[in-house]
Ligand binder design. Structure first.
Ligand code: AMP
Ligand code: MG
Length: 397
C-alpha cells in the first residue's frame, strides 16, 4: 500500500505538462494557463495623473487665492502650469508640467472673482498617481504556468495586450462503468441507480479548464471496456474512469487497462477511496477513480486534481493546502492504517471558525460532499476530541 503523500508525489512526478500552445484573445483567456511570461512594454499608468477632481498647483504658490489658468479633463493634454496659478483638473487627467500637488475640490473655495482659495496647505505629491506606480515598463507581470484570473486579464488589458499565448487545454476523456447505472432523466429500473459521478466529475474537469470527451456509461464487460479505452486514447491526454477498479469479477477496468496498456499503481492507504488505478493507454495517462461517489470525490480532491493541473501546465499545482481549525466534533474510532478524510463544514461560533462534521461519513453518502465545504485530514490512528486543532482542506470545485 502507498501512503497518500507517496501517491500524490508519484502522480505529480509523472504529470508531464502539455507543451503545445495557442494564441487567444483576452476575452477568451480567463482560466487559461500562460505559456510565456508577460513583460510590460509601458508604464501603468502611462503618465502622472490626478487621483481627484480638484486643482493642480505648485505647493510653493500656496497662500493667496490663485487664478485658474487652464482646465484639464481626463484624456486631454495639458499645457505647462503658469506660475502663480492653479489648473482645474479631473480624476485621471495628466498632471501639467510644473504642478506638484492636487488639492481635492472639497478643500477649495471658488471666489466671486473666479480665483480659488485653498483651505488646507498641500503636501508635495498629494493626490498624484505617478507614472509606472502600478506596473513599471520592463517588469515581468505574469509568469509562465500561471492560470489567468479575471483580475489578471484586466491587468493584461491595462498593458495594451490584446492576445496571449496559452497552453492548449488538457484533453480528458471520461467514462463510467457499471451495469447498474442510468442517466438522470430516464426512469430507474429495479436494481439501478443514477450515474451521479458523471455530474460532479465532468463539471469539475471543465472548471479546471479541461476539454472533456464524455463517453458516458460503459457496461461491465471486458471487451466494451477495452474498446472504450481505445476510443478514449485517440483523443485524450488523460483517460479517467469511475468504478470497476476493485478486484471483483464484475470489475473489468484493471484487466482492460493491462490489456491495452500498463497499470502502475493500485492501493493507497486512504479512506474513503482505497482503490485508485493509474497507468498508461497508448499515449494517454490513465486514472481510474473508485466507483463509490464519495470515494471518487475525495480521491479527486486530494490526489487527482493537482495531477491534472500540473498536466495542464499550471506551475504551482502542489496539491491541497491545509489550514488548521478547531474541531467542533469528536471522532473516536480512527482508521489505524489509512489517512482519513472527513467531510466537514466551517461555521462561526462565538466569533471563532470551527469545523462541524457531517454525521454520516459513509463512502456512498454523496450528501456529505454536497453539505461539506472541506475535508479534515486525519493521520492513521488520529482520534479527535472537540477543541482539537485539525488539518482542513477547502473543497474548491
Ligand atoms: P465499483 O467500484 O464499480 O465496484 O462501484 C462501487 C460502488 O459505487 C457501487 O455501489 C456502484 O454502484 C457505485 N457506483 C459506481 N459508479 C457509479 C456512478 N457513476 N455513479 C454512482 N454510483 C456509482
Ligand atoms: Mg462497478
Amino acid at each position: 500500500m502507498l501512503t497518500v503523500d507517496e501517491a500524490a508525489s508519484w502522480l505529480l512526478s509523472r504529470a508531464d505538462a502539455v507543451t503545445e500552445t495557442e494564441t487567444v484573445s483576452l476575452l477568451e483567456a480567463c482560466g487559461r494557463v500562460l505559456a510565456v511570461p508577460v513583460v510590460a512594454t509601458l508604464d501603468v499608468p502611462p503618465h502622472d495623473n490626478s487621483a481627484m477632481d480638484g486643482y493642480a498647483l505648485r505647493v510653493a504658490d500656496f497662500g493667496q487665492p490663485l487664478p485658474v489658468s487652464q482646465r484639464i479633463p481626463a484624456g486631454h493634454v495639458p499645457d505647462a502650469l503658469q506660475p502663480g496659478s492653479v489648473a482645474r483638473i479631473f480624476t485621471g487627467a495628466p498632471i501639467p508640467a510644473g504642478a506638484d500637488a492636487v488639492v481635492m475640490q472639497e478643500q477649495c473655495e471658488v471666489l466671486e472673482d473666479g480665483r480659488v482659495a485653498i483651505q488646507k496647505a498641500p503636501v508635495g505629491g498629494q493626490n498624484i498617481r505617478r507614472a509606472g506606480e502600478d506596473i513599471a515598463n520592463g517588469q515581468t507581470v505574469l509568469a509562465t504556468g500561471q492560470r489567468l484570473s479575471t483580475a489578471d486579464i484586466g491587468l493584461l488589458a491595462s498593458l495594451g495586450i490584446a492576445e496571449v499565448t496559452v497552453v492548449r487545454p488538457l484533453r480528458v476523456a471520461v467514462f463510467f462503468t457499471g451495469d447498474e447505472l442510468v442517466e438522470p432523466g430516464l426512469p430507474l429500473g429495479p436494481g439501478q441507480i443514477y450515474n451521479s459521478n458523471r455530474y460532479w466529475l465532468v463539471p469539475a474537469l471543465m472548471q479546471l479548464g479541461c476539454e472533456v470527451s464524455d463517453l458516458g456509461i460503459i457496461p461491465d464487460e471486458l471487451q466494451a471496456t477495452r474498446e472504450a479505452l481505445r476510443d478514449a486514447a485517440d483523443f485524450a491526454d488523460v483517460i479517467m474512469t469511475c468504478g470497476g477498479v476493485s478486484v471483483g469479477e464484475e470489475d473489468h477496468v484493471k484487466a482492460a487497462v493491462e490489456a491495452e496498456g500498463a497499470l502502475d499503481l493500485w492501493k493507497i492507504a486512504i479512506k474513503p477511496g482505497k482503490p485508485l488505478a493509474s497507468g498508461k493507454v497508448g499515449g494517454a495517462d490513465f486514472i481510474g477513480l473508485p466507483g463509490n461517489p464519495v470515494s471518487g470525490f475525495v480521491t479527486f480532491a486530494v490526489l487527482v486534481k493537482a495531477f491534472l493541473q500540473r498536466r495542464a501546465g499550471v506551475a504551482d499545482a502542489a496539491g491541497a493546502t491545509t489550514v488548521r481549525y478547531p474541531a467542533a466534533f469528536d471522532w473516536t474510532r480512527p482508521d489505524a492504517k489509512r489517512v482519513e478524510f472527513l467531510r466537514v463544514r466551517r461555521v462561526v461560533r462565538d466569533g471563532q471558525t470551527v469545523l462541524e462534521r457531517y454525521p454520516n461519513q459513509g463512502s456512498g453518502v454523496l450528501t456529505s460532499c454536497a453539505w461539506a465545504d472541506g475535508l479534515v485530514r486525519l493521520a492513521p490512528g488520529q482520534a479527535v476530541a472537540a477543541g482539537d486543532l485539525v488539518d482542513f482542506i477547502a473543497l474548491e470545485f
